[in-house]
Design a protein around this ligand. Structure first.
Ligand code: ADP
Length: 358
């Protein structure tokens, strides 16, 4: 009996297969390096037994397939391994068949080009593997970060119920406050998650208006002073310049720098926010006297999902995307963002935005 397979079913199966293929995981070493060897043997046998069927030029097509499949499956190491195995096979087995038509120098040139191409494919696949690994780590971390405040909210609301039953209304305010703080943490995480997804799919939107930089900086500082009442946040300098851009997004950058400064410095130390300007640009900096960042890590902290090693994972909240999002926003406004830091002494984050031509 012939089972009718509709186009729709076929498309669904294809989608499942493609999804499985793209969600590869780093396999163990035997499988990663075993694949190129098995493929080389298969292609050698195909070429050997069907020489008439597959033309001489098919050799490069077939070995290119080995390199692409091996690096896709295993990453950089297996990709390079497959490239060299394929180059040896092609030079000593396939090209020698046509020794008369392929002069020696020509063969070497072709092999060198092939090795170069193989290395490029392997490097690109490795980069993809790394992004996938970081993404998995990020999702696991987000799930963990969401779990803690949710558990706290559940606990506090249970307490409120019990207290209400006993008519102890004075304690309700205290626990409601803690529920609100924990809910803010969840909201912050979800907003970060939404922003990074929007950036990745190219839908991170901006609403441009003219606005004074002074207003945004003062607003954010005031807001953070209310949230972190036990901390000292100094605001120095003034700016009269008008900027043209998304004031909400610029506020998001200042908030991120300020919350980082609060997060990564002890409660006893103050934070200083400075504003300066010249005819062309406005400069804002946020200085803390906290952990600081090693010079090696300073180059990476603006990368997506990156968290410095000195930050004990799980000890302080954060998922490593705030600075990445901030950098995207500043670059969109044709500005720049950078950091100066000394490990153990503190950090100063700076950003510069061009003044609007009015
Ligand atoms: P996170 O949510 O982890 O804070 P960010 O992208 O905002 O993500 O920051 C990336 C990393 O840069 C942080 O995990 C931390 O290691 C480091 N970092 C950022 N700001 C500071 C700071 N003021 N002091 C020390 N380290 C910082």
């Amino acid at each position: 009996m012939i089972i009718p397979v509709s186009m729709e079913e076929m498309w669904d199966t294809t989608k499942v297969l493609l999804t499985q293929l793209t969600h590869f995981k780093r396999r163990n070493r035997i499988k990663r390096y075993g694949l190129p060897i098995i493929l080389i043997c298969i292609i050698f046998l195909i070429k050997h037994f069907s020489h008439g069927l597959l033309g001489d030029n098919s050799a490069f097509l077939l070995v290119s397939f080995i390199v692409a499949a091996s690096s896709w499956y295993g990453g950089l190491g297996p990709g390079i391994f497959a490239t060299f195995l394929s180059a040896i096979l092609t030079y000593f087995v396939f090209l020698q068949v046509d020794a008369k038509t392929h002069p020696f120098i020509g063969d070497i040139t072709v092999i060198v080009i092939f090795i170069f191409e193989g290395l490029m494919i392997s490097i690109a696949s490795e980069a993809r593997h790394q992004v996938e690994d970081q993404k998995d780590e990020f999702i696991a971390f987000i799930a963990h970060e969401l779990k803690n405040p949710l558990a706290a909210i559940k606990g506090f609301s249970g307490l409120i119920l019990k207290i209400a039953e006993r008519n102890q209304f004075d304690r309700i305010e205290h626990y409601s406050q803690r529920i609100s703080t924990q809910s803010d943490k969840i909201l912050e995480l979800i907003n970060d998650l939404l922003d990074i997804t929007r950036i990745e799919i190219g839908k991170f939107s901006y609403v441009h208006t003219f606005f004074p930089m002074q207003d945004i900086v003062s607003e954010v500082v005031l807001h953070q002073r209310i949230i972190a009442q036990n901390r000292t946040i100094e605001l120095r300098g003034k700016s009269k310049s008008l900027l043209y851009g998304d004031k909400y997004r610029i506020g998001q950058v200042i908030t991120n720098l300020l919350t980082n400064a609060l997060k990564y410095s002890p409660e006893t130390k103050k934070i200083i926010v400075r504003m300066t300007e010249n005819k062309k640009a406005v400069f804002v900096s946020v200085q803390d006297y906290g952990l600081g960042i090693t010079s090696k890590e300073q180059r990476k902290i603006f990368d997506r999902y990156y968290r410095a090693r000195s930050i004990e994972k799980g000890k302080s909240e954060g998922v490593g995307i705030g600075l990445f999002i901030s950098q995207q926003i500043i670059h969109h406004h044709k500005g720049s963002i950078w950091v100066k830091s000394t490990e153990g002494k503190g950090s100063t984050f700076y950003f510069m935005l061009p003044v609007a031509k009015s």
